[in-house]
Design a protein around this ligand. Structure first.
Ligand code: SAM
Length: 248
């Protein structure tokens, strides 16, 4: 199944929990510079698309395209690996929470580099040995996530493909966009079916791992074990869980 097809299967309830997080959007929009024309690759339902600029979106999943709000930017059905645009036809190109789905991320990033003068990518760093241990959900409940990144390029390789610098992005405790790491201080959220359906990781690890992780987390929340193990998180307003902005 291609990644566009994956979202044709799992994307039906995306907008229930996935939306623009304003503090992360501010970082992305600042990184785009003052360019007037912006390409959004892997655009989904349109989160993080800046207003006041001429935005063109690229999104392979028909189900995701269908959920774009009325008045959203023009959206082209295409794949990051083969962008149907002339060289240097945009001031800037952005890709948010999508590169990890592309069959060949380096090829897709080179395409973004080809069509735009500036490239901004919001993704996560899975390259260092401590990555799995950074987040309690993967460390204590869902180690299967490690299998999903085998053979994928590191964040350093992604950055090199577009000549980008790498900036850390901390996740606010009340992050509005319900991506995988968003509920790091709100563990009960992962017990909710709606929350999990907005996060592709749960579909990709499969129902057995999902149900085991949820059962185990629920038990630890009831017994107080989660609170005991993660007491250092309670006073944090933002967490460093490996999210990165690549700006090139
Ligand atoms: C987690 S969603 C992110 C959507 C949006 N950027 C956002 O921040 O809400 C990932 C998106 O990447 C798209 N996608 C998957 N494979 C792709 C590819 N090869 N090229 C472009 N987009 C792809 C999916 O269809 C999906 O809409």
């Amino acid at each position: 199944m291609s990644s566009g097809e994956l979202y044709d299967t799992i994307g039906a309830t995306y907008t229930v929990t996935r939306r623009t997080e304003p503090r992360i959007a501010a970082r992305i929009w600042a990184a785009l510079g003052d360019g007037r024309t912006v390409l959004n690759v892997g655009a989904g339902t349109g989160s993080y698309e800046p207003s006041g600029r001429y935005v063109t979106a690229v999104e392979p999943s028909a189900l995701m395209r269908a959920q774009r709000p009325a008045g959203a930017a023009l959206c082209v059905a295409a794949d990051a690996g083969s962008l149907p645009f002339e060289d240097q036809s945009f001031d800037a190109a952005m890709a948010v929470a999508t590169v990890h789905h592309w069959p060949d991320p380096i090829a897709g990033l080179r395409e973004m580099r080809r069509v735009a003068r500036r490239v901004v990518v919001f993704t996560h760093d899975t390259s260092d040995a401590g990555w799995r241990r950074r987040f309690w959900l993967t460390r204590d409940y869902l180690p299967e996530v490690a299998d999903l990144i085998v053979g994928r390029p590191s964040v350093t390789e992604l950055a090199r493909a577009i000549g980008a610098r790498i900036e850390p992005v901390l996740i606010p405790w009340d992050c509005a966009d319900g991506f995988f790491e968003a509920y790091w201080r709100r563990p009960e959220a992962y017990l909710e079916e709606n929350v999990r359906r907005g996060i592709s990781v749960w579909a990709r690890v499969g129902p057995d791992a999902e149900q085991r992780a949820v059962r185990s987390l629920r038990a630890d929340l009831v017994s107080g074990r989660w609170a005991e193990r993660n007491r250092d998180l309670v006073d944090l307003d933002a967490a460093e869980l490996g999210l990165r902005l690549l700006i090139g």
